[in-house]
Design a binder for this molecule. Structure first.
Ligand SMILES: Cc1cc2nc3c(=O)[nH]c(=O)nc-3n(C[C@H](O)[C@H](O)[C@H](O)COP(=O)(O)O)c2cc1C
Length: 365
């Protein structure tokens, strides 16, 4: 019996296996609106064998987008466009869909990766950014202005409104982006938060604004819809967040009523280097799962079925999330099922690519 292909329940959501497609920005939206690229991309991943596909970082404010091509849920047009794409992908595929809600803060106003991935120039229609403290993400990045309490109230409400839009679209789960140096992580980390008011300084103070977002969103997301967060479990630097902080953040978010945590790491400054070894976040996730006692997902250099199986079987995480492996092999979940001798859902149109196809090869082996 495969542990990876065993069911799990997140709040009211039943998932047939533990495989999740990680959120992946496509930098291809039109003023935040999903289009035919997203229909193709999400339609493909809907039949990947993963029980859950998390839609890319979707920004709650227009100027909270990373790039001009980032997805948003800040307008009625955005909502209608994403509703079309998700309902089509859902009709064509077997996966459930989650969404990641985000605000890029000091990493906003940047070029798409294939245009350089640096700060936009004025000619490229750069816009002013804001963050916990007026410190640039790195050399030649925009210096943000410090977020005020009025900004906080507006951004918090934007998260709530985007969550309400997500529910109307019919998303099965909502994930708050609290990792990778964006808005919430920027407040949480002592590297990027140098405030002297009640939103900076102590661990409790640095968490105050992100927690207020979690609380406000939880208040509008019904209990049966899983709400969670992706966190940075380590800043990978001596003056940053450590795995101990990751555990403490998870505990605090659990106390706010969140249902799951996805443990990622890194991204606090442009020059921070995140490990690239297989499963580099797994040890942090294992601690979060054990010590915070919350459904824990992890991500980062998980590429092999046996590796994913071991993470779940050893109790190090409850779900594994894969990003690049699914771009490389959009049927990764099917191939993992084959490797682990497990069942996976396929659309009827593709049923003939199932076990009967492999049986002759297996018999020969
Ligand atoms: C093209 C691309 C886009 C990404 N966009 C997001 C995103 O929108 N939100 C997020 O939290 N992480 C994002 N990531 C990070 C991935 O979700 C994942 O954490 C990272 O790639 C490590 O997992 P992997 O080794 O399985 O690729 C992105 C990664 C890639 C490759």
């Amino acid at each position: 019996m495969s542990a990876l292909f065993s069911p799990i329940k997140l709040a009211g959501l039943e998932l047939p296996n533990r495989i999740v497609v990680a959120p992946m920005c496509q930098y291809s939206a039109d003023d935040g609106c999903a289009n035919d690229w997203h229909l193709m991309h999400l339609g493909m991943l809907a039949n990947s064998g993963a029980a859950l596909v998390v839609v890319e970082a979707t920004h709650v404010e227009r100027h909270g987008r990373i790039t001009h091509g980032c997805m948003g849920l800040y307008s009625d047009d955005n909502e209608a466009a994403l509703a079309r794409v998700v309902s089509s992908a859902r009709r064509a595929g077997t996966a459930k869909f989650g969404i990641q809600l985000a605000h890029a803060a000091r990493k906003a106003s940047s070029q798409r990766p294939w245009e350089g991935g640096r700060a936009l120039t004025p000619e490229q229609d750069a816009w002013p950014t804001m963050a916990a403290s007026p410190i640039a993400y790195g050399e030649n990045w925009h210096t943000p202005r410090e977020i005020t309490e009025d900004d906080m109230a507006r951004i918090r409400q934007a998260f709530v409104t985007a969550a309400e839009r997500s529910l109307r679209i019919g998303f099965d789960a909502i994930e708050l982006h609290m990792a990778h140096g964006y808005l919430a992580h920027g407040f949480m980390s002592p590297v990027s938060n140098k405030r002297t008011d009640q939103y900076g300084g102590s661990f409790e103070n640095r968490l105050r604004f992100p927690l207020s977002i979690a609380k406000a969103v939880r208040a509008v997301v019904p209990r049966h819809v899983p709400l969670g967060a992706r966190i940075t479990g380590s800043d990978w630097r001596a003056d940053g967040l450590t795995a101990d902080d990751g555990v403490a953040i998870a505990k605090t978010l659990k106390a706010e009523g969140l249902d799951f945590i996805c443990v990622s790491s890194g991204g606090v400054t442009a020059d921070t280097r995140t490990p690239t070894t297989p499963g580099y976040n797994v040890p942090i996730a294992a601690r979060v799962k054990k010590e915070a006692g919350i459904v824990t997902r992890t991500v980062g250099m998980i590429t092999e079925p046996a590796q994913a199986e071991a993470i779940i079987a050893n109790g190090e995480a409850d779900q594994v999330s894969l990003a690049r492996a699914f771009l490389d092999d959009p049927h990764w979940g099917w191939h993992a099922a084959k490797a682990l001798n497990a069942e996976v859902a396929r659309p009827v149109q593709y049923a003939r690519a199932g076990p009967k196809l492999w049986a002759p090869a297996a018999a020969k082996a």
